[in-house]
Ligand binder design. Structure first.
Ligand code: ADP
Ligand code: ZN
Length: 320
């Protein structure tokens, strides 16, 4: 299939050192750029390095760039492919749960600038996504946990049956059940794909995917938490706000908290609300003196609710 998009000599792969070391056979005989792993390399200077390598390897307008990796690599590959020669073709092969269910769907890509995540980037849909589940055999458990924060997020905002299915399963069981995981991933891809295809530019419905992320991004930066941990704590905070503002029940909150714990995600953090507030008000979701917050009406039904900054500040103080 790839060969119908570009000649074999014009296909360039990007991956990171961990993936290359664990799966060298996947890249044999391919033109390859191997980057150091980790979010701290998701920055403009890494994109510039990739561009220099592409020039050296004589990539031209008919070339195809294929990102094989977690969210960092798929975001970088998408970004570079959208700016190199004003845009070349791109394919993504996600290798983490998080990238499979979230990062590689929807066309958002980009790099971080200092503490600001994804501040610079473009929206460009890849020509293809390829799911090769054999990569998951080497994925460390902590990365499975990270990915499940996004899966639980999807269940909360859109799919009560998925929430129940997760309650009846466990991480240990899923890690050793490739068929179950494949069907779970497929269901999550459908949830995200349905939302982003109806609202590619995030004017409305796509905002639901930020559930747990507004507070999550702030504490991820301040306390250097893994993304999934920060989102998990952010979802509990948003569920508590939902109890006050959108009729979410105490039993819903308890169910969400138990499910997150079941998937080994944290639900509490003693935070410095002043510091959190300073980062929150810089958030992309703020407009004037309101913030569009994602709340739950019930499990399986997320809603977008504008909250005044004064009210939000008071509510957050009560949460701690
Ligand atoms: P994300 O969590 O956004 O998907 P990364 O791209 O940083 O983030 O991937 C998380 C970590 O997992 C990185 O250290 C990466 O090298 C590693 N990794 C990605 N895919 C695999 C895999 N299939 N097996 C082992 N390690 C992997
Ligand atoms: Zn996320």
């Amino acid at each position: 299939m790839i060969n119908t998009l570009a000649e074999p000599g014009k296909i360039f792969f990007i991956t990171d050192e961990n993936i290359y070391q664990l799966h060298p056979e996947k890249f044999s005989g391919k033109k390859l750029i191997v980057l150091p792993p980790g979010e701290k390399f998701k920055k403009q200077s890494t994109a510039d390095d990739v561009i220099l390598r592409l020039i050296e390897m004589e990539a031209d307008r008919d070339s195809l760039l294929v990102g094989v990796g977690g969210g960092v690599i798929t975001d970088l590959a998408g970004y570079v492919s959208s700016i190199y020669l004003r845009g070349i073709k791109c394919g993504l092969v996600p290798t983490t749960i998080l990238a499979m269910v979230d990062a590689c769907i929807g066309g958002k890509n980009g790099v971080d600038v200092g503490v600001y995540k994804n501040l610079v980037g473009t929206i460009k849909q890849p020509e293809f996504l390829l799911y090769d589940y054999t990569f998951l055999t080497t994925l460390p458990k902590k990365e499975w946990i990270n990915g499940f924060a996004e899966i639980i997020k999807h269940a909360c905002i859109r799919d009560e049956d998925l929430f129940i299915q997760l309650e009846n399963s466990s991480l240990e069981e899923l890690i050793i059940s490739p068929l179950l995981v494949a069907s779970l991933i497929k269901r999550n891809v459908e949830i995200k794909y349905n939302i982003v295809s109806r609202d590619p530019l995030e004017m409305g419905e796509r905002r639901l995917l930020n559930f747990g992320h507004t507070l999550g991004h702030a504490i991820e930066n301040i306390y250097h938490l893994p993304h999934g941990h920060a989102v998990s704590i952010g979802m509990i905070a948003a569920a508590k706000l939902s109890k006050r503002l959108s009729g979410f029940t105490q039993s819903g909150l308890e169910k969400l908290s138990s499910l997150l714990k079941k998937y080994q995600l944290p639900t509490e953090l003693k935070m410095d609300i002043e510091k959190v507030w300073q980062i929150l008000i810089m958030d992309k979701k703020r407009s004037g003196n309101q913030m569009k917050f994602i709340l739950l009406h019930k499990i399986g039904e997320g809603i977008v609710k504008p909250i005044g900054l004064d009210e939000l500040s008071n509510l957050l103080k009560e949460l701690n």
